[in-house]
Design a protein around this ligand. Structure first.
Ligand SMILES: [Zn+2]
Length: 281
């Protein structure tokens, strides 16, 4: 499932091709994509409009169109945005939505499992409200500080991994980057987040940022369906420190990495670097 670095990778690839272009046609082939809006409503809202910028908030794309019209898209499990150059007639599988641009290029939303979504929000304030209701702090922004993380964690008994996965706490972190951040910070995923001491909160803050930046540097992780706008794969899956490396040596101490379940997800740790929290007496 694409997380912040994968979405940011696509955003960076799309932005220079979309900014300043006009959407001449928007064809929603699978009406489930934009439910409850009808495909014609979505098309009417975006057709003829110039793309001012391609933004991102958490795992959402925010395509900023002229007149404060926002096309907000989410890839969910298996969605991909593909950029097809003018004149390329090759068929792509699983296409659910097609955006034709005024230079002849096409942006396709392809999605084999069909969980991806799109919607239109009218007005910057509607966009701000939509994200504010769903998303916490943006982890690569100046608002994400160790002090802010500590304030958010205070008094909470939820396991730190579940906390990291909560989009309304920290936007954009998913299973891969939570595992990598906890390993960097030497914190066990089942530790109650409110019990972390200040140095651990600081280590976790740094670990989240470092793992997300490493993912962006590698242009995302392609462990399943994630692809770049030209169909190429990311390379972060080759740089995981613990995620999906069960039975392999810890890159720090050589202990065998183990898999456990935390927050309902397959979770990978070094049992020596990330000791299990002691039971409270
Ligand atoms: Zn280790």
């Amino acid at each position: 499932m694409p997380e912040l670095p994968e979405v940011e990778t696509i955003r960076r690839q799309l932005a220079p091709h979309l900014a300043g272009r006009r959407i001449v046609a928007a064809t929603v082939l699978d009406s489930r994509w934009c439910e409850p809006a009808a495909p014609s409503e979505l098309a009417d809202a975006v057709e003829g409009r110039e793309v001012l910028a391609v933004g991102r908030r958490g795992k959402y794309f925010d395509v900023d169109l002229a007149g404060e019209v926002h096309l907000v898209m989410h890839l969910r499990m298996t969605g991909n945005l593909l950029l097809v150059p003018p004149g390329d007639e090759q068929e792509r599988p699983y296409v659910r939505v097609r955006f034709e641009l005024d230079d002849g290029a096409t942006v396709l939303f392809a999605d084999p499992r069909r969980f991806g979504t799109g919607l239109v929000l009218l007005g910057d304030s509607a966009r701000d409200e939509y994200f504010a209701q769903r998303l916490g702090v943006e982890p690569l922004s100046a608002d994400f500080t160790a002090a802010a993380l500590q304030a958010e964690a205070k008094g909470r008994r939820s396991p730190v991994k579940a906390f990291l996965l909560s989009q309304e706490r920290i936007a954009g972190v998913g299973n891969i980057y939570a595992d990598e951040a906890l390993f960097r910070a030497r914190i066990h995923p089942l530790r109650a987040v409110g019990t972390l001491k200040r140095p651990q909160v600081e280590a976790l803050h740094a670990g989240v940022i470092e793992s997300l930046e490493a993912g962006i540097d590698a242009r995302g992780a392609s462990i399943d369906d994630f692809r770049h706008t030209d169909g190429a794969r990311g390379s972060f899956q080759d740089r995981f420190m613990v995620h999906r490396r069960e039975g392999e040596p810890c890159p720090r101490c050589g202990t065998e990495i183990v898999k456990l379940r935390a927050a309902g997800r397959g979770t990978y740790i070094c049992p020596k670097c990330q000791p299990r929290p002691r039971a409270r007496s």
